[in-house]
Design a protein around this ligand. Structure first.
Ligand SMILES: NC(=O)C1=CN([C@@H]2O[C@H](COP(=O)(O)OP(=O)(O)OC[C@H]3O[C@@H](n4cnc5c(N)ncnc54)[C@H](OP(=O)(O)O)[C@@H]3O)[C@@H](O)[C@H]2O)C=CC1
Ligand SMILES: O=C1OC[C@@H](O)[C@H](O)[C@H]1O
Length: 387
């Protein structure tokens, strides 16, 4: 019999809708039989009407309570896990609200505004014996898992370089009003926290996560460039160079691996949305490369290119790993939450707390180098705060 996790949803915006639509799909359609999901509460900070219309629009089945405040939802005894889908600025306060009420938490990316907030969330989850995970859905894609196994198998040799980009080709002036969460500093908007986190996710999935836990090390050197959007002062572009220890016991003494992680609004990784401009992620090893195509947050195709001499037949393998049906692919992270809660785990092995904290620390450093400071109230580690 499948283990059924009962969810409460905080916020009724864009990603809450996408996540819940995936959650409502039958797990068997993706070959999953051990876990299932039920949405038992939806809360909107704007009004109960907004929560009601969310439930109606998404045709959430069964008894689903609706609330006009997040506090009421986290105090619903039927809810086991809370999905936090508010803007970055509010993740710390809303995740704390849920943890303090004794609920497990899946919190959207970027986890928090800064690493200090992330550490407090993890300490609170630990103290209360609750599961907590940053909702980096890409981590749970079968493609991500396959690529990590390939790297660990040694097929492309020692990985010395990763180049990773998530840039979307949007003019902020016309794409968003200045109060939109993508560029509003009061909501911790900007390219780095919203999109750069995926470029960094790929860097960490390869140069950090493929190592045994005890050998994982945060980058020892971070150099970055950042450009600001004049309309709001948030960042519209960031390029980061990171230095890591190598992924395998190196054949090359004192060798380190490097990554370039990029994000930008105005230029695009994939201007024609067909991959004509090349891969979004390049994993470069001493025996070959893995090239990943499609947006860094939702890639469905990769290519393995092994080293060959001009007189040898080339070894190139194209692999397509599609998301089944019409789904977005967010159900895999939800399945991970259900399995972890079922098994009494506090953190996911695929995205442990320390890794989320290490990524937040990279972003802290990049913001420091780029002199990007958010308002004091959203950088604060005080809880509760009425933002
Ligand atoms: N994993 C993914 O693929 C994606 C993740 N995201 C992440 O999800 C989060 C939300 O993004 P998205 O859904 O696109 O944003 P939206 O603006 O569409 O929705 C955010 C929702 O948060 C709630 N909210 C609570 N407090 C505030 C506030 N002070 N200002 C504005 N909204 C508030 C509102 O819902 P209500 O009024 O009902 O409380 C609002 O509708 C972000 O962290 C973002 O990075 C976003 C897109 C894709
Ligand atoms: O997380 C995200 O992934 C998809 C993007 O379109 C969105 O802006 C971002 O928040």
């Amino acid at each position: 019999m499948a283990y059924n996790l009962r969810w409460g949803i905080l916020a009724t915006g864009g990603i809450a809708e996408t996540f819940v639509r995936d959650l409502l799909l039958a797990p068997s359609k993706r070959g999953v039989t051990d876990v299932a999901h039920t949405v038992v509460a939806v809360a909107s900070s704007s009004s109960k009407t907004s929560a009601d219309s969310f439930v109606q629009r998404l045709q959430i089945p069964g008894q689903c309570a609706t609330y006009g405040s997040y506090k009421e939802a986290v105090n619903n005894d039927d809810v086991q896990a809370i999905y936090v889908a508010s803007p970055h600025s509010h993740h710390f306060q809303h995740a704390m609200l849920a943890l303090e009420a004794g609920k497990h938490v899946l919190c959207e990316k970027a986890f928090t505004v800064n690493a200090a907030q992330a550490k407090i969330l993890c300490e609170t989850a630990q103290k209360k014996g609750l599961f907590l995970m940053e909702a980096v859905w890409t981590r749970y894609f079968p493609l991500s898992i396959q690529v990590q196994h390939l790297v660990q198998s040694g097929e492309i040799g020692e990985v010395l370089r990763v180049v990773s980009d998530l840039s979307i080709g949007e003019e902020p002036e016309t794409a968003w009003s200045n109060d939109h969460r993508m560029i509003n500093k009061d909501l911790a908007g900007g390219a780095l926290l919203d999109l750069g986190v995926y470029a960094l996710t790929w860097v960490f999935q390869i140069l950090y996560h493929t190592l045994p836990p005890a050998q994982r090390k945060a980058p020892s050197q971070i150099t970055s460039h950042m450009s600001k959007y004049p309309g709001t002062g948030s960042d519209e572009e960031a390029t980061m160079i990171l230095k890591f220890p190598t992924t395998t016991p190196s054949a090359l003494p004192n060798r380190t691996s490097h990554a370039v992680a990029m994000t930008a609004f105005r230029v695009a990784t994939d201007p024609d949305n067909r991959g004509s401009a090349g891969p979004s992620i390049q994993i470069q090893g001493t025996k070959g490369h893995i090239l990943i195509f499609g947006p860094a947050f939702r890639p469905e195709r990769y290519r393995v290119v092994l080293k060959s001499q001009p007189n040898e037949t080339a070894t190139v393998r194209d692999v397509h790993v599609p998301v089944p049906g019409d789904a977005r692919g967010m159900f895999w992270e939800a399945d991970e939450v259900a399995r972890c809660v079922r098994d009494g785990k506090l953190e996911s092995e695929s995205l442990p707390w320390q890794e989320s904290i290490d990524i937040m620390e990279v972003m802290d450093k990049v913001r420091q180098q780029g002199e990007l400071v958010y308002p004091d109230n959203i950088e604060s580690t005080n809880y509760p705060l009425d933002l």
